[in-house]
Design a binder for this molecule. Structure first.
Ligand code: M6R
Length: 601
């Protein structure tokens, strides 16, 4: 959450940082701001709202060194004053993360004379670094003359000194007047550095540098960097200089091209067949000892949001194929429940970004308790890959839309293949999936159903077993991009309470991809109809479609068997959510209050 970008070089920093921020906006879009040094003074423009609002003011920023921020508000409402960068004295800061002890630090800095104008924790970071910088206070340097604040490294030393007092998470870029460069620190929030043809860059993630840097290095926790127009210098946690290997930037600027589509969400839904195909091809290159977990006596699938819904499907696959003892849990619940794990437990952490704080911390906890951890991720150099013993790649490509679509399809097939492999079974049947998916995406007609949903007071999604996992995901997608209330429920649970919600203004979408359970879900659909609720059915079962013809909106999909048909149904639900959002005039790419990578608790 929150995106930060920095640049030092021969180009105009304002333009470079602005374009990086536009590419990072999916990490937060409550406000945006840029600071650029003109060689003497640091000028700042910032504004509540989207990055594009800064464009008209970029001419106020001239110079080759700058930093910028796009915010997902944690402390303090979205407003101009709470927007980053935050300045204190000569120091200017952008921050992604949460300073947990900000209140305590704020009190002691206030007592020492610091003044604060915003409600943010990040302004406290600026004040703390400014205090260390003004003191020339340097725990690192034993030689007093090197502690001269005007020496180039003084800023880095002040950052280092202050960072020792920070509790929480941070990716920080810090400028100060009189120094043509910026210092970078990282702890639990991602940040990468890269060299381009025209200067040196730093950003929250690789897509922001797609097109500018062909190779990048992801800072590790506790590492520092100093970036100037002459280069990038890296330091370890004691500020000793270190050399690190840069790797190719996998993000492609093509990911930002809408290719004629109105929105990234529909573009990315249409990229699902390629995501599936590439994930299948990449499975052979999974890193680490996957088969090592065959000896596990218990498997726990973890994730948040959509990734949790994929984890639920992973549980179903492994239970059915390997008859193993499996569970699926929200990572944020798992990490706080004092879990019982042994060295014979295996944790499978599912995360598109690989940076979701709850999932990463849950995986770390599992490791400390002796469990083996497998990551299923779309981000090969992310934090989760450093924690995991093995990585199963999802090759969905960069996903810009906040709502996960193609990455979910990729996660489902990665989990399907993993379960088959652990069960010692082949999975050649999966080769039919990309084509079938492409056809469903083109042909599924959800327009009438979307019109019905757009007029509804509530939209509910129901199914059994795998279709229940899909119902949860269908509901999340609908809620997050349309803001229509609703939920996902097991079809059999309806009569135990949820039926009370049904009236003529509600739509209940039944997902029926498992022929063996079709008649059971159909009974629940009848119960909704008989109480005046509107019903829709997404099914591969011809008999069901016929039975509800004229009484419910039906969307028919091909039958690829009960474990792969859900992948087809998932894209129908994604299209439905997208279309409904468009009818309601919502922005499905950037739903209100949300951000793509949830790197804070
Ligand atoms: O990057 P992750 O897969 O770990 O993200 C987890 C959730 O935040 C994410 O799936 C979220 O629920 C989706 N954006 C919803 O579409």
């Amino acid at each position: 959450m929150c995106g930060i970008v920095g640049y030092a070089g021969k180009g105009e920093a304002a333009l470079k940082v602005f374009s990086g921020l536009e590419q990072l906006e999916y990490r937060g879009y409550d406000s945006a701001g840029i600071a650029v040094s003109d060689g003497h003074k640091i000028n700042i423009v910032k504004k509540c709202g989207r990055v594009r609002l800064l464009k008209a003011r970029l001419n106020q920023l001239t110079g080759g060194v700058g930093i910028g921020h796009t915010r997902w508000a944690t402390h303090g409402k979205p407003s101009d004053v709470n927007a980053h960068p935050h300045a204190s004295g000569a120091v200017v800061v952008v921050h992604n993360g949460i300073l947990e002890n900000y209140s305590e630090l704020k009190n002691s800095l206030s007592a020492a004379g610091a003044r604060f104008v915003s409600e943010t924790d990040s302004e406290v970071i600026a004040a703390s670094i400014n205090a260390a910088y003004s003191r020339g206070n340097c725990n690192f340097c034993a030689e007093p003359n090197l502690c001269d604040p005007s020496a180039p490294h003084a800023l880095l030393r002040a950052l280092h000194t202050s960072a020792q007092t920070f509790k929480g998470s941070y990716a920080l870029m810090v400028m100060c007047e009189g120094f043509e460069g910026f210092a970078v620190a990282r702890f639990k929030s991602p940040v990468i550095v890269g060299a381009g043809d025209d200067g040196f860059y730093c950003a929250s993630d690789e897509p922001a540098l797609a097109g500018s840097c062909s190779s990048v290095y992801a800072l590790q926790d506790g590492e520092y960097a100093l970036i100037t127009p002459s280069g990038i210098r890296l330091y370890d946690c004691d500020l000793s200089p270190v050399e690190r290997k840069f790797s190719p930037n996998r993000a492609r600027s093509a990911a930002f091209d809408l290719c004629g589509n109105d929105r990234y969400m529909i573009k990315e839904i249409c990229e699902s067949p390629a995501a599936v195909k590439n994930t299948v091809s990449a499975f052979a290159s999974a890193e680490g000892d996957i088969d090592g977990i065959r000896r596990a006596d218990r498997f726990i699938f973890l994730g948040c949001g959509t990734a949790y819904h994929a984890a639920l499907m992973g549980k179903i696959y492994l239970e059915r194929f390997a008859r193993a003892t499996t569970e699926a849990e929200y990572a944020g619940e798992f990490r706080y429940k004092d879990p019982v794990l042994t060295p014979r437990s295996a944790v499978i952490a599912v995360t598109q970004s690989g940076e979701t704080a709850d999932t990463v911390e849950a995986a770390k906890l599992a490791k400390t308790l002796g469990a083996r951890v497998i990551a299923v991720t779309n981000s090969p150099r992310s934090e989760i890959t450093r924690v995991a013993d093995a990585v199963v790649p999802v090759e969905a490509g960069t996903e810009i839309c906040v709502a996960a679509t193609k990455s979910y399809s990729g996660q489902l097939v990665a989990l399907y293949m993993l379960a088959k492999r652990l069960a010692g079974e082949s999975f050649s049947e999966i080769c039919a999936l990309p084509d079938a998916l492409g056809k469903v995406i083109k042909s599924a007609d959800i327009c009438a159903l979307a019109d019905m949903c757009a007029r509804a007071s509530g939209v509910y999604f129901l199914g059994r077993n795998a279709d229940y996992a899909l119902a949860l995901e269908g509901s999340l997608k609908m809620r997050e991009v349309t803001y229509i209330a609703g939920g996902g429920y097991p079809a059999g649970e309806l009569k135990h309470g949820t039926l009370a919600l049904i009236d003529e203004n509600t739509v209940s979408v039944f997902i029926i991809t498992d022929g063996e359970l079709a008649s059971k879900s159909a009974t629940a659909a009848e119960q909704v109809l008989s109480r005046g609720g509107k019903v829709a059915i997404v099914t591969c079962c011809k008999g069901i479609a016929a039975a509800f013809a004229g009484r419910a909106e039906t969307v028919e999909i091909p039958d690829l068997g009960k474990y792969l048909t859900p992948v087809l149904a998932a894209t129908v639900l994604q299209k439905l959510a997208y279309r409904t959002a468009v009818i309601l005039g919502r922005d499905p790419d950037k739903p209100r209050h949300l951000a793509k990578s949830v790197t804070v608790e």
